[in-house]
Design a binder for this molecule. Sequence first.
Ligand SMILES: Cc1cc2nc3c(=O)[nH]c(=O)nc-3n(C[C@H](O)[C@H](O)[C@H](O)COP(=O)(O)OP(=O)(O)OC[C@H]3O[C@@H](n4cnc5c(N)ncnc54)[C@H](O)[C@@H]3O)c2cc1C
Length: 508
Amino acid sequence: MTSLPCADLSSLLGRRPTLESLTTSVWDAVVIGGGITGAGILLEAARRGLRVLLVEQRDFAWGTSSRSSKMVHGGLRYIAQGELQLTHHSLQERERLLSELPGLVERMRYVFPVYTGKFPGRWPLTLILTLYDWLAGIRDKRWLSKAELLALYPQLEQRRLRGAMSYTDALTDDCRLVMRVLQEAMCEGGRARTYTEVTHIETQTTGSRLTLRDSDTGATITIQSKQVFNATGLWADRLSGTAPVVRPQRGSHLFIAAERLPVQDCLSFMHPDDGRPVFIFPWKGQTCIGTTDIDHGTNISTEPSCSNEEIDYLLKVTNNELPQLHLGRADIISTMAGVRPIIASGKGRDPSKERRNHLVWQADGVISVSGGKLTTFRQIALDALHAAGLIDTASYRHAHHDRTLRCFNHDLPDPQQLSHPRVGMAQGAALLEQVEWILLHEMVTHLDDMLLRRLRAGTLLADAGLSLLPQLKPLFQARLGWSEQDWKLECERYFQMIERYYRIPKHD
Ligand SMILES: Cc1cc2nc3c(=O)[nH]c(=O)nc-3n(C[C@H](O)[C@H](O)[C@H](O)COP(=O)(O)OP(=O)(O)OC[C@H]3O[C@@H](n4cnc5c(N)ncnc54)[C@H](O)[C@@H]3O)c2cc1C
């Protein structure tokens, strides 16, 4: 692996810079939005020697980028919908990320049971998967006989079961992927600040003037930048200066204890109601079921949550395919809802039939980018830089063959411990060591930054990590200087979030 010397990460991404320190001079570029798209743009711009700043209104990956299905994939569904180019790009990126980020992006076997008289049958699947593997440059698909399949999953519905097609894709921890790209961007000279909202952009002759508001204190400042990238995904219409293009579509997941729903592969089923694919997969020691795909409506100001209707939809397909398990609402540890920023076709299509491509567009000196996938973040970042004229066509083409993640810092915790998608949270001393490292290196500002995104305790543990709080308190107080009162307020804020957005809703 190529190693670049990296500066001390704790001084770069550890503590939030003060608002005032951002006003010192004119930035070459400001990126708004700290999801995977913003992180990718920050990295590609910093790598080209630009003075670039990223600002995020909440925590890194707080938006859609911590609420995805965690798949680094081509998307079998997209190939079936004829989206060959999107599938091809995604598969190329999948293979590249697998080779660059072992431990964080992991190959995973997908198992697609086939039933007599039910679409898709063995031969259509074989055809699609041959093309899928060919586009990725691998040969992984295989037929599993009924006996082989039932040896793995005896709980499967056996009536008319013929066997299953197996193939591979990849899984990750989306939030940790964002953090990894940000760390790389910091090593390349980028800067970032969380809990900093852009409230206004004013176009000037030589660039733009942006008003930033500290989301916690309410303090505001203005900064100057030659270029502005609006990478706010779902919220892109608010800052783009153009007519709206984003159609918010919610997707929810359920987390179930692995003992109750044990799977070692990603099982793929077609939902009996609408024929949409639903996945049941192992994630960090528990099992995840997802996802739904429904219009979210216009309320994008509050955190999304899973509705009772979505819970019923996901339990229905699970009990249909694994009837012996009798899975019920009492088995749900937590729920997680995310909202896809889909580029609207304007044709009133069924939500799941809208295309998943990204769009880069510009007006009044702002380059906006939205849509797309976690998997294709590099492609999206390069498209945005190209549109801004920051890279010419030749280097744009060349960049597609570069490594994205080159910098290797020995201070980073072992990815096998912190980021391995199939290993649950660390425990005991190892957990405290990780918490200490994260507090030093990952700009944690609130308790939920740690528990919901960096550690995922909020979704993986039945008690949402409440039993860990006494051990965590002295670390937060020592590292972040929190008083007793600060700790109490942070705990209350966290309890409320968990109750409102990550548990079974009491009513819709
Ligand atoms: C249910 C679901 C499942 C998915 N599954 C997959 C999958 O398996 N594989 C895959 O490749 N893709 C998947 N996706 C798609 C993928 O998650 C998204 O395409 C991707 O995360 C979008 O990233 P983003 O950075 O554009 O947006 P976001 O992650 O939402 O980032 C935008 C950020 O901008 C910030 N922001 C907004 N306004 C402002 C402002 N004024 N000032 C400062 N900051 C602001 C927000 O707080 C937010 O953090 C899924 C999406 C969903 C919803």
